[in-house]
Design a protein around this ligand. Sequence first.
Ligand code: ADP
Ligand code: 5GP
Length: 205
Amino acid sequence: MTATGKLFILSAPSGAGKTTILKKVMAQVERLAFSVSHTTRSPRGGEKNGVDYHFVSVDEFQRMQEQNLFLEWAEVHGNYYGTSRPSVLEQLELGQDIILDIDIQGAAIIARDKSVQSATVFVAPPSLAELENRLRGRGTDSNETIELRLRNAAKEMAAAKDYEYLVINDRLEDAVSTMQSVIIAERSRSHRLPDGEPINLVTDK
Ligand code: ADP
Ligand code: 5GP
């Protein structure tokens, strides 16, 4: 059986609302798993190890890099982040679709990798002023961290044109519904049933 799932690659400037959209989409769409990245950043209040991220030391991250355990990795806003190769490949082989919440550098690496099927989605805020409101309103980051993320946002927004889909997160419900539509459209392209089950899995039965 050669059933292979699809990678949905989501990128956005920090604070655009990607995590909020993802949580709602994941609760409603079947056969979709979230890839839990490894990071050297410290957990924010409420974040759980193994659920939001695998929080690791810089030494541990470098050891994983040396062992080629990352499908992609990047330094983002002063910390390291990486996607586990064994975990993603294992789920793809089972025909499971996976969402990767990764930055523009990681997205470019995966989009070039012809051994995996992927679709790229950029989530943008309605404006940079609203992005700043959301980052400050979230109340999880220091002023210095917010300033750094806002400086990086302009560069990240310029990469939006390289993505296949653009979801503008103005009204949350609309953004969630657009994101769900993207998943349904991509599944139709790759010969999936609406619930995401690969057709060759069905005909193999
Ligand atoms: P990201 O994962 O992109 O960094 P979050 O999902 O953490 O962003 O969202 C940043 C903040 O903006 C959170 O406080 C969240 O509740 C809020 N938020 C998300 N989407 C919207 C929206 N459409 N309208 C208003 N606030 C939003
Ligand atoms: P945050 O610290 O706000 O959770 O994430 C900061 C940035 O790192 C976001 O742009 C997020 O998409 C990105 N990121 C999270 N996990 C990964 C990963 O595994 N690889 C890459 N390249 N970026 C990641």
